[in-house]
Design a protein around this ligand. Structure first.
Ligand code: NOJ
Length: 491
């Protein structure tokens, strides 16, 4: 059975600001990543995914792009990006870039032109209205509509006012967006992680989102987002994008689907397209939002497998730059983190891990005063911001841990020496060696990567048992979610 590379890959997500600084400004950069490629290769992963590295005013740390075709100076230059792609390919690592196609920065030349008048070339590249037409909100606080004095109209933004949403109903805008995608495909990028890709199309007549009863800290969560995201037309746009990507061999699209909590696996799966002709992969975040329990995790995983079906590929993730780190979520209990990792690497499909996860890295402590993340600044203390899970990578024992020669932009985790790669490499039973052996084991076992998964119901609520079958080969995975010794009858 010949699978495409992304159908059973392990992807290592890098938050470039926090991985490796090469020039002493305290912020990670592309040259730094190049220096660490060997380490990544040694982990046994197949690909790297970089959070956005394009020119940006950094109102949302790169998720506000002002030019898709240039690299932000804080990360380096176009030559650095080309070098990174070349070196990674030299080590047989695929490279995935993060494309934010739902919105741009308000400093993007498209927006500057669009706001300059009501009848310029790019007048309809964004979503404009004479009045505030509905109750749509910004996910990072406030109304979704901001008045622009120059144009004398309101524009819509799903996130910050500095992140105006592109108008995917305008064919000229879509052509321009696709040109940017083509630019990076031609540079040899192997895939894209597509930011909030289920938000690209909004209701044509701007209907109000229905309200949700009850109270939640974030007004955005008090609505059902049926008119500002998940519009049926987004599927036809994704099909077009996929067609474009498929004109290049071996490329891949993985999408972030914004969902209500704890997760909507069926919705996430719907963006794979019924015949697999939209995204190649789509994230399901249910596990991240499901408390640690054999029964609950089994229910969640089963639902994800069912939603995806056998002919398409599930993607699995426990950590990313937006959510608290799994060890911290699991009450800093390393045994639980190991079990979670074991579960992760024994699933069918594509596995995504987040830098530092392989070290069992916990949160950096960031107080409100030093919070950089706009979400933390706005919603403290309900939301402690996303800085804690974006702390610098810990390479060495000693000052600044091999991350930088300057002042790190965020504080290191407490007891950083203990987490350091250097320390874990000499420690036989470290989290790092555990992750390495899990990845190795998976690599050697096609049944684990590709086999069909079937859960076997257990009376004991702390047990999870599932089999993985590929042709004549069958493996049984037995997971004990408790700290007690348990026995299980097999057969
Ligand atoms: C989702 C990204 O993962 C997050 O980091 C970002 O702030 C929002 N989309 C807005 O682009």
């Amino acid at each position: 059975m010949d699978l495409a590379w992304w159908e059973d890959c392990v992807v290592y997500q890098i938050y470039p600001r926090s991985f490796q600084d090469s020039n002493g400004d305290g912020i990670g950069d592309l040259q730094g990543i190049v220096q660490r490629l060997e380490y990544i290769k040694d982990l046994g992963v197949d690909a790297i995914w970089l959070n956005p590295i394009f020119t940006s005013p950094m109102a949302d740390f790169g998720y506000d792009i002002a030019d898709y075709r240039s690299i932000d100076p804080v990360f380096g230059t176009m030559e650095d990006a080309e070098l990174l792609i070349e070196k990674a390919h030299g080590l047989s690592l695929k490279v995935i870039f993060d494309l934010v196609l739902n919105h741009t920065s308000d400093k993007h030349p498209w927006f500057l032109e669009s706001r300059s008048s009501k009848d310029n070339e790019k007048a309809d590249y964004y979503i404009w209205s004479d009045t505030v037409p509905n109750n749509w909100k910004g996910a990072f606080g406030g109304k979704g509509w901001t008045f622009d004095k120059k144009r004398g109209q309101y524009y819509f933004h799903s996130f910050l006012p500095q992140q105006p949403d592109l108008n995917w109903r305008d064919t000229k805008a879509v052509d321009s967006i696709f040109d940017e995608v083509r630019f990076w495909l031609q540079k040899g990028v192997d895939g894209f992680r597509l930011d909030v890709i289920n938000s690209i199309i909004k209701d044509a007549s701007f209907r109000n989102n229905p309200k949700i009863l009850g109270s939640r800290p974030r007004p955005y969560d008090m609505q059902r987002h049926i008119f500002d995201r998940n519009r049926p037309e987004s599927h036809s746009k994704l099909k077009l994008l996929r067609k474009l990507v498929d004109t290049f061999p071996d490329r891949m699209l993985v999408g972030e689907i914004m969902v209500e909590n704890p997760g909507e696996p069926e919705l996430a799966a719907s963006y794979l397209g019924r015949t697999g002709d939209e995204l190649n992969l789509s994230f399901d975040f249910s596990l991240i939002n499901t408390s640690f329990s054999a029964q609950k995790w089994q229910r969640s995983a089963k639902r994800w497998y069912e939603a995806v079906g056998r002919h398409r590929t599930p993607a699995w993730v426990l950590n990313n730059h937006d959510v608290s780190r799994s060890v911290s979520r699991l009450s800093n209990n390393e045994d639980k983190a190991r079990l979670a990792a074991f579960f992760l690497f024994t699933q069918r499909g594509a596995i995504f891990i987040y830098y530092g996860e392989e070290l069992g890295l916990r949160h950096s402590f960031v107080c409100k005063k030093h919070m950089a993340d706009p979400v933390g600044r706005r919603y403290w203390p309900f939301h402690k911001g996303r800085d804690p899970q974006r702390g610098p990578m810990v390479w060495n024992v000693g000052v600044n841990h091999g991350f930088t020669k300057g002042e790190p932009w965020l504080p290191f985790v407490k007891r950083a020496n203990w987490y350091a790669v250097e320390n874990q490499e000499i420690e036989g039973n470290s989290m790092l060696s555990f992750y390495r052996s899990l990845i190795d084991f998976r690599l050697d076992e096609p049944t684990l990567r590709r086999g069909v998964c079937e859960f076997h119901e257990q009376k004991n609520p702390n047990l999870m048992v599932f089999s993985r079958t590929l042709g004549k080969n069958r493996m049984l995975v037995v997971l004990n979610f408790s700290s007690q010794r348990l026995s299980v009858a097999l057969g």
